[in-house]
Design a binder for this molecule. Structure first.
Ligand code: PEP
Length: 256
């Protein structure tokens, strides 16, 4: 039985006051949700504030990216995995479609970063997903397979026990258009099946989140799908009530 995992990606949003208010709301509303794992991924500047403010809660903290270099050096503006470890971060989002599209991150760079996170003992939330054009032209499965293959060949399929996969169709991110539960389930099953061909036991265990316009009103139906193990939440994670309602939907599925 896989434990659902809901993570919030705050992207480049927040201020000291906003973060405090959000954290207070999260702490109050998520404490009884013991059947699921929960994390939030603030902008790097607010990670230590968030860790301090969520102390004593079940909500873990992650980052949104790391440098390709492991520890330190002359890399102006970058943040290393060693620094996240030092801050006691539990997760890092890697390969988000915004990093792929806006900053040109390649499958190879993302695979290198996943390897660094694993070496440091920080769980990567590894994002895959197709654009609308790729879906409509019938290349969706090969695109997702390529994204997965880059990481499989870098770290080996066995390591996927320690990796969270987030399936995020690019056309559903921040658009208000979510994949239907059936569309999402189809891709989640494809991902799990691809891993199962290499290692069935690992495929059964790997957490595959869905991400893309998850809201309180569609979370329950998505999370009820057989291969959907929670979600990676963007916009709705900036509102404590909405994020808690989405977590509750995962908690309800887990305890049903
Ligand atoms: C995301 O950016 O990972 C995401 C899923 O965003 P949203 O929920 O806003 O679509």
């Amino acid at each position: 039985m896989r434990k659902p995992f809901v993570a919030g990606n705050w992207k480049m949003h927040g201020s000291k006051a906003f973060v405090t208010e959000l954290n207070q709301g999260l702490k109050q509303q998520t404490n009884s949700m013991t059947e699921i794992d929960i994390a939030v991924c603030p902008p790097a500047l607010y990670i230590s504030q968030t860790i301090a403010e969520l102390e004593g809660s079940t909500v873990k903290v992650g980052a949104q990216n790391i440098a390709e270099e492991a520890s330190q050096g002359a890399f102006t503006g970058e943040i290393s995995i060693a620094m996240l470890k030092d801050m006691q971060c539990d997760y890092v989002i890697l390969g988000h479609s915004e990093r792929r599209a806006i900053y040109g991150e390649t499958d190879e760079q993302i695979a290198n970063k996943v390897a660094l996170a694993l070496e440091a003992g920080i769980t990567p939330i590894f994002c895959v997903g197709e654009t609308l054009e790729e879906r409509e032209s019938g290349t969706m499965e090969s695109v997702i397979a390529m994204q997965l293959d880059a990481v499989i060949s870098k770290v080996g399929v066995e390591e996927f026990e320690k990796i969270v996969i987030a399936y995020e169709p690019v056309w559903a991110i921040g658009t208000g258009v979510t994949a239907s539960p059936e569309q999402a389930q189809e891709v989640h099953a494809f991902i799990r099946d691809k891993l199962a061909r290499l290692n069935r036991a690992v495929a059964e265990k790997v957490i595959i989140q869905y991400g893309g316009s998850v809201k309180p009103n569609n979370a329950a139906e998505l999370f009820a799908q057989a291969d959907i193990d929670g979600g990676l939440i963007g916009g709705a994670s900036l509102n404590a009530d909405d994020f808690a309602a989405i977590c509750q939907a995962a908690q309800d599925v887990a305890s049903a």
